[in-house]
Ligand binder design. Structure first.
Ligand SMILES: NC(=O)c1ccc[n+]([C@@H]2O[C@H](COP(=O)([O-])OP(=O)(O)OC[C@H]3O[C@@H](n4cnc5c(N)ncnc54)[C@H](O)[C@@H]3O)[C@@H](O)[C@H]2O)c1
Length: 289
């Protein structure tokens, strides 16, 4: 085959998939590249994902973009945002990014404005950003610690959603996924304030699901078990729980961020269109048994 006919074939391939042809890609990426634009489950939609430059948030952003959404990446540091956006663009995915510390109102507004630039609306909001600055006694936690954990983990998703809401309503509906944790059901010792914040998210999910149902907006919660990320591996408490989980629930291994991402994409897709107010654990076990 001549070079010119190869170039013709290359040009006939949608731009978003050309990146896959130019570099060696893992099997999973090849699988996604075989989908056409029309049968991608999130095609034509816009997703905002907080805390998405690494770990679970990055895996969710990548998966939603592979499933056809335009994804707005964000986290606190510009260099991390740039790196994540560059990686996903290199894969031929439709992404933009901006700095957003979810605790700062002006950053949240900027995130919304950035998302609106793509096609004037927002369909999905995935609130992944979360912190845990304390390992220790719950009652010895300072007011500052309480404020930081509750501000970032609980208040920010609600405040960001209030800024996103009019733009979801304009689209005739939407889907929100909050990221809680299995610790909402099985509290980990010495992570009391964090446990409390993640339990509060289950309540937020239920209340918002009821409040927003008339607007066609669904709200669900992903509750990861122990997933291999900087967040969990940095903190010894989490991996050390594996033997306990093995003993009680038969859990064999830690989870991968990608194992959380599929659920989020499913919930946002039309396959999840009759699911709201649910808290779903992705942890290799169910603490609800
Ligand atoms: N990894 C686990 O085992 C696990 C288990 C249960 C729940 N979670 C939850 O999943 C979420 C993601 O965790 P991860 O393990 O991927 O962590 P991670 O540390 O790998 O990633 C966290 C991301 O959030 C961003 N972030 C942190 N604070 C932020 C803020 N104030 N504003 C904006 N972005 C901020 C970070 O920059 C990063 O991109 C968190 O909410 C965490 O509580 C994680």
């Amino acid at each position: 085959m001549g070079l010119s006919s190869m170039a013709t074939i290359f040009r006939s391939i949608p731009r978003a998939f050309r990146g896959y042809l130019c570099a060696p890609v893992p099997l999973s990426a090849r699988k996604f590249s075989q989908l056409t634009d029309e049968n991608r489950t999130l095609a034509g939609k816009v997703a905002v994902v907080t805390g998405s430059t690494r770990g679970i948030g990055f895996a969710i952003a990548r998966r939603m973009a592979r499933d056809g959404a335009h994804v707005v990446i964000s986290s606190r540091k510009q260099e991390n945002v740039k790196e994540a956006v560059d990686i996903l663009k290199e894969e031929g995915l439709s992404v933009t990014g901006t700095v957003c510390h979810v605790g700062k109102a002006e950053d949240r507004q900027h995130l919304v404005t950035t998302a609106l630039k793509h096609s004037g609306g927002i369909d999905f909001l995935v609130c992944v950003a979360g912190v845990n600055p304390l390992v220790g006694s719950t009652l010895a936690a300072s007011e500052q610690i309480w404020d930081k954990i509750l501000d970032v983990n609980v208040k920010s998703p609600a405040l960001l959603l209030s800024q996103v809401l009019p733009h979801m309503e304009n689209r005739g509906g939407g889907c929100v996924v909050l990221v809680s944790s299995a610790v909402a059901y099985l509290p980990v010792p010495r992570l009391g304030v964090y446990n409390t914040s993640k339990t509060a998210l289950l309540g937020l999910c239920k209340s918002l699901a009821v409040e927003l149902a008339p607007k066609g907006i669904r709200v669900n919660c992903l509750a990861p078990g122990i997933i291999k990320t900087d967040f969990s591996l940095r903190e010894e408490t989490m991996p050390n729980m594996l033997p306990e989980l093995k003993k009680v629930f038969g859990v064999q291994r830690l989870g991968e961020p990608e194992e959380c991402a599929g659920l989020v994409s499913f919930l946002c897709s039309s396959d999840g269109s009759y699911i709201t107010g649910e808290n779903i654990v992705v942890g290799g076990f169910s603490p609800k048994l």
